[in-house]
Design a protein around this ligand. Structure first.
Ligand code: M6R
Length: 585
């Protein structure tokens, strides 16, 4: 029965994180069951309908909180079309308004629901043509599967979201991840960007973006279920590092175009800003201080949530931004409550829609990085950085401290960031080799200046967390005030030096370190011969405006931490003593 196959497939995708589950089965009409919550609680409630065709979904909320109404599948007003979707429909508000004016009744807060109503609008007996017509109206990204009751086939399409067809014997399956079909077949057809397909029990037809037929042979899969969960990567952390181009893209979706329209924060009178967070999120906040002061010329302070919550306060009410990828960190939640008690307007930057913090603040910015399984934060950190740039640009635009030319330039560079990050990922094998110089160290110093001081704090934290090597991030100008005493040939230094106004000073600091015989691994702009000449090894990153350099540098630092931990045989995804979400004080 289709329902059992769907539930097995969805269970294999549970590791990715979800907040609700749903299935629709073609069985004497369309039958739908969906709810918020865990698979183990929902599965026993789902009737075992007798149908041979169906679609199912586990949702990770992005637009609309986790709820039964917002869970997929969605059904049109006639009750004949059902649809599931991964991705984000950027122009959903505009489409929803038009569809409501035409008489369509919406039952959810999601962006996805516009798709099923668009299909209803265009339906003329040909589900594939109808889906293509509906998708021609949308801006955004999607992997979508839809079925019309009585049709005997499922229609699918993809743009910027993965989609795979499992080829079985007398049955075929569609999924967003090969893991879901592995128990049933080891032959799959990957749907490429812009393609669509019609899938029935005994046939698969694939079409390119223009609607012409595509001939593609299935690929045999040799992965085990466990390999596939990690998409072929050895660890979730590495998979998540590699997901950063897509995560950054999703984080930026829509927001850049709306800088002036108040998408990031509404028009409010801001005279100072306070950024509050813990751990890695605190480092994103520290980068945020440089960004906001530079772009918006606003006095900005940064505080650890665990300190802020017990601090006396000054009677001032800065605009208070709380960064927490999980949205559940106890100290950050307490800080949010304290900020509101003090009368401050609050904004949360979080990755989890419907998380506790999102209900406790005045405004929320979702980073849309997708679920992160590895305990060490990677893609949730770089997307927090993106949030800081968007916030800085918004505040700068509001206060007219940056002109439109600069906004345009930084926006263009931000749009190119997924490509720059891919450029860093292409250097992974060089980084894997070079970390030999760090693996046996007992202590390592991470040095940076200006906006890359917090970048290096984060690099050091990443290394500590997963390799258990003592690593200390330091502002390079502070070396001479103490830590220089610790440097010798057994203490390697990782130093960031980019093309900003502190470059000469940083080169001087690196020379001081090298003079104490510390092996130096430099990270700088590719082709920087001066840096290469004074370091023992150098990793180059693409040239970006210095204010954006924490993003590519961070990806190098993540890979350094990862490869050191791997060479040391550490438990990378679940480091000892640490939890993904710290919900206790
Ligand atoms: O969920 P949050 O962003 O609030 O988490 C804060 C810290 O617990 C977290 O960043 C922690 O430092 C991570 N393990 C870093 O990799």
């Amino acid at each position: 029965m289709a329902v059992d196959i769907l539930l097995d497939g969805l269970k294999r995708l549970e590791y990715r994180g979800y907040d609700s589950v749903g299935v629709a089965i073609a069985s004497e009409g369309l039958k739908v069951f969906k709810d918020k919550g865990e698979m183990s609680k929902i599965e026993p409630l789902i009737p075992r309908w007798n149908g041979q065709m169906g679609i199912g979904h586990t949702r990770w909320a992005t637009c609309g909180r986790p709820s039964k109404e917002n869970a997929h599948p969605f059904v049109d007003c006639t009750g004949r079309i059902a649809l599931v979707h991964n991705g984000i429909i950027e122009n959903h508000l505009e489409l929803r308004k038009q569809l409501e004016e035409e008489g369509h009744t919406f039952t959810s807060e999601t962006d996805t629901e516009v798709l099923v109503h668009l299909m209803e609008h265009y339906y003329d007996g040909d589900a594939h043509a109808t889906l293509r017509a509906a998708l021609s109206r949308v801006k955004g990204s999607y992997a979508v599967a839809a079925m019309v009751e009585g049709d005997g086939h499922i229609v699918v399409a993809r743009k910027e979201n993965p989609l795979v067809i499992g080829v079985g014997v007398g049955e075929n399956m569609v999924a967003s991840d090969v893991t879901a079909v592995l128990g049933l077949t080891n032959k799959v057809v990957y749907i490429q960007e812009g393609e669509s397909a019609i899938v029935s029990a005994d046939g698969i037809s694939i079409f390119d973006a223009q609607g012409s037929t595509v001939d593609r042979q299935p690929t045999p899969i040799t992965w085990t279920v466990e390999d596939a969960e990690k998409g072929g990567f050895e660890h979730f952390m590495l998979k998540e590092i590699y997901e950063q181009p897509a995560a950054i893209h999703n984080s930026l979706l829509g927001s850049l175009d709306e800088i002036y329209a108040g998408a990031v924060i509404p028009d409010i009178d801001v005279s100072s800003v306070k950024l509050v967070a813990c751990g890695t999120s605190y480092h994103a906040a520290m980068v945020g201080k440089y960004v906001i002061e530079d772009l918006a010329r606003l006095p900005t302070t940064v505080e650890l949530a665990s300190e802020y919550r017990y601090s006396p306060g000054t009677g001032e009410c800065p605009f208070t931004v709380l960064l927490t990828q999980s949205g559940e960190t106890a100290d950050t939640l307490a800080a949010a409550r304290e900020a509101r008690r003090r009368g401050c307007r609050t904004l949360a930057v979080t990755n989890v829609v419907g998380s506790t913090i999102s209900r406790e603040v005045d405004h929320v910015f979702y980073t849309n990085a997708g679920p992160e399984i590895g305990v060490a934060a990677t893609k949730t950190f770089t997307t927090q950085l993106i949030a800081m740039y968007l916030l800085g640009l918004r505040l700068g635009a509001m206060r007219q401290t940056i002109d439109r030319t600069k906004v345009r330039h930084l926006s263009t560079e931000l749009r190119s960031m997924p490509r720059y990050v891919s450029g860093v990922l292409d250097r992974a094998s060089q980084i894997e080799e070079v970390v030999e110089m760090l693996v046996d160290a007992r202590d390592i110093f991470y040095l940076g200046r200006n906006i890359n001081y917090p970048t290096m704090l984060e690099g050091a934290l990443k290394l500590k967390e997963i390799s258990y090597i003592h690593a200390e991030g330091y502002a390079a100008g502070e070396l001479k005030h103490g830590p220089l005493a610790l440097l010798d040939a057994s203490t390697p230094v990782v130093a960031a030096c980019v093309n900003d106004h502190t470059r000469e000073k940083m080169l001087g600091n690196i020379s001081e370190v090298a003079a104490r015989d510390s092996p130096v691994l430099g990270i700088g702009v590719e082709g920087d011969r001066e840096l290469a000449a004074i370091t023992d090894a150098m990793i180059g990153v693409p040239r970006v405006p210095p204010i954006l350099s924490p993003v590519p540098l961070t990806v190098v630092l993540q890979l350094i931490a990862y490869y050191v931990a791997k060479k040391k045989g550490c438990s990378i995804d679940k480091p000892r003593n640490l939890a993904k979400s710290v919900t206790v004080e």
